[in-house]
Ligand binder design. Structure first.
Ligand code: AMP
Ligand code: MN
Ligand code: ZN
Length: 892
């Protein structure tokens, strides 16, 4: 603690003394340092000792409490703490960040202060990144606009990609592992990625090691492929029947396929007894195979099935993909290492389920939380009998829980986590990356032995602690992948995390930009951070540029899609600028010129947030409450005023659309055209299959479906967004009739279902082992999976077309109806612009220049879930934080 303080004060001290530089200091970079290297070296040393010192502080819990009981210690802590806070405040002030670190209540303010530090860190690092970029001469705004695909040569100089921290010699510089023009692996995928705004449904269609068979929804191709359109009945009825059928499978569709097996998993005695650690083979003497053919994969599966344990790790890419791509799988046995090209074998990986779900085979991972999700999402792979060494490290209360640390601690091997964030799509894989990847699993089985032995020793031979690790690991393997879903509120979630205050116009811009980028990201299969990084989105929202050029100016470097769609974006910003400001906002703006206002507690203003709509919004505004347009010449002219009142209330009506629409629909219900009446009936009969994803208070239909532009519900819900309950009752009669008809058809359906069940049972008998099937398909050559699949179901499960159809042809989504409710009208977007853009893999926007974002990520990781993280860190799945849970990267 003390050293970190002195480090900080040295820095601030440096700043203060620069003014009185004398002659001999003139050549120096800054006083006391002759060049950057000297400064960096000193800085790194200071940071290192500070980190060490803080790691050496007594642990919270017993140790700390014990020390705390000494008044001397208490006093010392207090004074050091104060000094520290003071320094931090100073630094934050220097950078223009909010800083009231010191004067806050020590207990209650802790969390807020923590956020404050994280925010300031972000700001400072952002600035550092920009400055570094500029120093590198990569400041985009000063570069001529290049034709798409043209990449000027560029040297990236950065300390973190240099080999060995001390040396600093240029020859030791690593090339940044961002290959330019990496071919999009998605283009080769046999099954297209499903970015539609619908919940994830497991990909599994064969379930090895099953105690409870896989529900027929997954095994029966017919059920999965049923579409309302294919039923030979009137549309409304077809929809109803379809929905009823879907309802039956809802539980199966979203359950963990191995829930039952995992729930009934017991820990055999052998796994609780003390092992004799079996030393790993030296890397140099270990065979390492690169697996990129089905044949080799099948052989590997054969091999794994005979073992009692193996180690697994994954590498992942998330910058140039919406959901992220599992790019590599590393497997180590006691004898061999394997590197599997999971981009190549993506649709064949499922065969490993035979080994992965066999409870007799232990799968050792380190920090498996993400891996478990990625395995499900990309391959339909599940793990039964997981041992997570990260959990073991926690249980052992080791100093740190990173793999790095375990490697040093148990194997005396220093690993190099530099490649963790490399672009793992690169093929052929550079040797350095293969070596890195290998290290992640090579030692893991030995570590598994060591930690088990220690867990037992730790507990005086009692298995309790080890048992606990097994159970924690099991809980991780029970995790289900959840797809990021766009809802009307998603932008608020992100906005809240930014802790920025936006006025009505700014918030509107933020909402529109958020929707634009989400839509585009799904469609183009890019991360939201690639489309438009969050910090740029905030900048545009805050500045509300009047000209397209202004939008460009907010972005450095300019994301390719922003460049292409700048006119579209400009329209969105204009739309936001047309929003009337609240009275308080206008006053604040007047005071501060155009700088964003500090918001009072509840000025968050969403068009559907009626709870926050002020009185003046609901009723015709009295003249003294009227928002006055800035710079209006004749604002006191009565005539003008009247017109304005009308205009304003119109605009406000738009903002409180829910209220007015409700009234409108009630009045117009008799005069609805037949088609609309029909649609409304469907809507009413629609029992939301995704209710589980909704807050219980929601009386409307599925938000997911509503916001999937491809779903009928989306269209319908937009037209009849809010129906009064009264109305619904009136139409109950009509509905009942439809139901009567439906009953007959439902009967038919249940017969069909029984047949399906039967056929499943039959097919079960036909299903040999996965191994046999896979082997067969090897023989079958190119047909591979299709053939295997056709025995039980032709492809990975697809939910009804209604839910998923936008996945493969997002461009063909139905245009939103022209009505008054428009969260955002995409139909006006010129999406053709992207036609050729995809495959070109535009290189103008270079993730290299986000290098500083990595550092930021590393520094603030675990402290704060990074909202729209894709925007900040190229390798971090944007959706993760968007969907609102904190992602705990196991520490490295
Ligand atoms: P690892 O388990 O360390 O091999 O990490 C697996 C993958 O997780 C890497 O390929 C990265 O894509 C991702 N990853 C790990 N740590 C981080 C981090 N701190 N920030 C962003 N992505 C990470
Ligand atoms: Mn991992
Ligand atoms: Zn790894």
């Amino acid at each position: 603690m003390a050293s970190s303080k002195s480090n900080i004060s040295t820095n601030t001290g440096l700043r203060d003394t620069t003014s009185d530089t004398n002659d001999e200091e003139k050549d120096e970079l800054c006083p006391g340092f002759k060049d950057v290297d000297a400064f960096v070296k000193y800085g790194l040393g200071a940071v290192l000792s500070a980190t060490k010192a803080s790691a050496a502080l007594p642990q919270t819990g017993d140790e700390y409490d014990f020390y705390r009981s000494f008044p001397g210690f208490q006093e010392f802590c207090e004074s050091q703490g104060d000094k520290l806070l003071h320094c931090m405040s100073q630094i934050m002030q220097h950078h223009g960040c909010r800083s009231h670190m010191r004067d806050q209540n020590k207990l209650t303010g802790l969390e807020e202060r923590f956020d404050l530090v994280v925010d300031s860190n972000d700001v400072i690092l952002e600035r550092v990144g920009i400055l570094l970029d500029e120093a590198d001469g990569v400041n985009r705004s000063q570069q001529p606009v290049m034709p798409a695909g043209f990449q000027p040569p560029k040297i990236v100089v950065s300390s973190w990609n240099r080999k060995g921290t001390g040396s600093g010699s240029r020859s030791e510089m690593f090339r940044l592992l961002h290959a330019k023009n990496v071919a999009r692996p998605q283009l080769k995928f046999k099954e297209k990625v499903d970015n539609s705004n619908t919940p994830f449904i497991p990909k599994i269609f064969i379930k090895p090691n099953a105690i409870k068979p896989l529900p027929c929804y997954f095994t029966n191709k017919q059920i999965r492929k049923q579409r309302p359109e294919d039923l030979d009945v009137p549309a409304a009825l077809a929809d109803f029947i379809h929905q009823q059928r879907t309802q039956e499978h809802i539980e199966d569709m979203f359950a963990h396929p191995y829930q039952y097996e995992l729930d009934h998993l017991t820990i055999p005695e052998s796994l609780l007894s003390k092992p004799e650690p079996q030393m790993y083979k030296p890397v140099a003497e270990t065979k390492c195979s690169f697996i990129d053919t089905l044949e080799d994969l099948v052989a590997l599966n054969e091999k794994l099935c005979k073992l009692s344990e193996f180690a697994v790790d994954l590498e992942h890419h998330s910058y140039r993909s919406f959901l992220g791509l599992t790019s590599l799988m590393q497997v180590s046995t006691r004898e061999e290492d394997f590197i599997i090209d999971t981009l190549e074998l993506r649709s064949e990986m499922y065969i490993l389920n035979e080994a992965f779900t066999d409870p007799a085979i232990v799968k050792v991972f380190h920090g498996a939380d993400s891996d478990i999700e990625w395995l499900q999402r990309d391959f339909g792979l599940y793990v039964v009998r997981l041992f997570d060494t990260h959990q073991a490290s926690r249980a052992l209360n080791l100093a740190r829980h990173s793999l790095d640390h375990l490697l040093t601690h148990f194997c005396n091997v220093s690993s190099d986590k530099r490649y963790q964030l490399a672009d793992w799509r690169i093929r052929p894989l550079p040797d350095e990356m293969v070596q890195y990847a290998r290290t992640d699993t090579h030692y893991l089985l030995y570590i598994y032995d060591c930690v088990r032995a220690q867990l037992l020793d730790f507990n005086h031979g009692q298995p309790g602690l080890l048992q606990c690790v097994w159970n924690k690991s099991k809980d991780i393997s029970l995790k289900k992948y959840v797809k990021p879903i766009f809802t009307e509120e998603s932008y608020l979630e992100l906005q809240r995390k930014q802790k920025r205050s936006f006025n009505t116009q700014q918030l509107t811009a933020f909402r529109l930009l958020f929707a634009w980028r989400d839509k585009l990201a799904r469609q183009e299969d890019e991360s939201t951070g690639y489309i438009l990084p969050t910090h740029m989105m905030i900048k545009i929202s805050e500045e509300l540029p009047k000209e397209p050029q202004g939008i460009i100016a907010c972005c450095n470097p300019i994301p390719p899609l922003v460049r292409q769609q700048v006119n579209e974006l400009h329209l969105l910003v204009q739309q936001a600028r047309e929003m009337p400001l609240l009275k308080a906002e206008i006053a604040a703006q007047k005071k501060k010129g155009l700088t964003p206002i500090k918001k009072p507690e509840v000025t968050l203003f969403g068009p559907h947030d009626t709870s926050r709509v002020s009185e003046s919004d609901l009723h015709p505004v009295s003249s003294d409450e009227l928002p006055v347009k800035q710079g209006m010449l004749f604002s006191d002219d009565e005539h003008e005023m009247d017109a304005d009142v009308e205009k304003t209330s119109d605009l406000m009506a738009a903002a409180t659309i829910t209220l007015f629409e409700e009234v409108k629909t009630t009045n117009n219900q008799e005069s609805l055209p037949v088609a609309q009446m029909k649609a409304r009936r469907i809507l009413e009969s629609f029992e939301n299959p995704f209710r589980m994803y909704l807050p219980s208070s929601d009386v409307h239909i599925s938000k997911n479906a509503k916001f999937d532009p491809s779903s009928k519900i989306f269209e319908i819900s937009k037209r009849w967004k809010l129906q009064s309950i009264e109305q619904q009752q009136k139409e109950m009669e009509a509905k009942r009739k439809v139901k009567q008809e439906a009953k007959e058809h439902a009967k038919k359906a249940s017969e069909e279902r029984n047949k399906a069940k039967q056929s499943y049972q039959e097919s079960l008998q036909n299903v040999a082992t996965v191994r046999q099937q896979a082997a067969e398909s090897v023989k079958g050559g190119a047909k591979k999976r299709e053939r295997i699949a056709s025995e039980v179901g032709e492809s990975t499960p697809k939910p009804s077309k209604k839910l998923m159809k936008s996945a493969e042809k997002p461009q063909k989504t139905e245009p939103p109806p022209q009505d008054s409710f428009k969260p955002f009208d995409y139909s006006q977007s010129d999406l053709k612009v992207f036609a050729g853009a995809k495959s070109k893999d535009n290189t103008q926007f270079d993730p290299n220049r986000q290098a500083h974002d990595f550092k930021k990520k590393k520094i603030s990781k675990g402290q704060k879930s990074n909202p729209g993280a894709g925007g900040r860190s190229m390798s971090f799945l944007a959706g993760k934080s968007d969907r609102g849970f904190r992602h705990n990267w196991p520490k490295r």
